[in-house]
Design a protein around this ligand. Structure first.
Ligand code: URA
Length: 159
């Protein structure tokens, strides 16, 4: 399962997460680790587009959190990749920046514990298209896929 921040303009128009430019990159990232978009579930912290694409406020995020947690309960993901700072802050309550936290396994205390890998948001990767940023995301996604491959079907047990 991948969790982003909130719908942008394209997502708002289509009613689906990650269908714009960031979504195109996310699709490529999913394929690069050997998965199909149909094999992953993609969600956002907030379900409505914040005005002017601003970052959702904590109050807005908290209002949508019950919805996101219900999505997690229904999907029962084997591993979750958090895209950027907002899901890290709002779902795990970690306010340390994504640059410091990415690549470090976390645990979501739901369904017995779900392994969580934070990484950079694809929109950030597009803005900051450097070798360092790209290889960081690649390494984080490979770690998440590695967990899936080494614990097939095991589900909710953190590393
Ligand atoms: N960015 C997000 O965080 N979510 C989307 O659905 C699209 C862009």
């Amino acid at each position: 399962m991948f969790i982003g921040e909130g719908p942008g303009q394209d997502e708002d128009l289509q009613g689906r997460p990650f269908v714009g430019k960031a979504g195109e990159l996310l699709d490529k990232m999913i394929v690069a680790i050997g998965l199909k978009r149909s094999e992953v579930y993609i969600a956002n912290v907030v379900k409505c587009r914040p005005p002017d694409n601003r970052t959702p406020t904590a109050a807005e995020a908290q209002r949508c959190l019950g919805y996101l947690r219900r999505q997690i309960e229904l999907i029962r993901p084997e591993v979750i990749v958090l895209l950027g700072k907002t899901p890290l802050q709002e779902l795990l309550g970690i306010s340390t920046g994504i640059t410091r936290m990415r690549g470090q396994w976390q645990r979501l205390d739901m369904l017995g514990g779900i392994p969580v890998m934070p990484t950079f948001h694809p929109a950030y990767v597009l803005r900051q298209y450097t070798q360092d940023v790209r290889s960081a995301v690649w390494s984080d996604l490979k770690a998440a896929k590695g967990w899936l491959d080494t614990h097939p079907g095991k589900g909710a047990t953190p590393p």
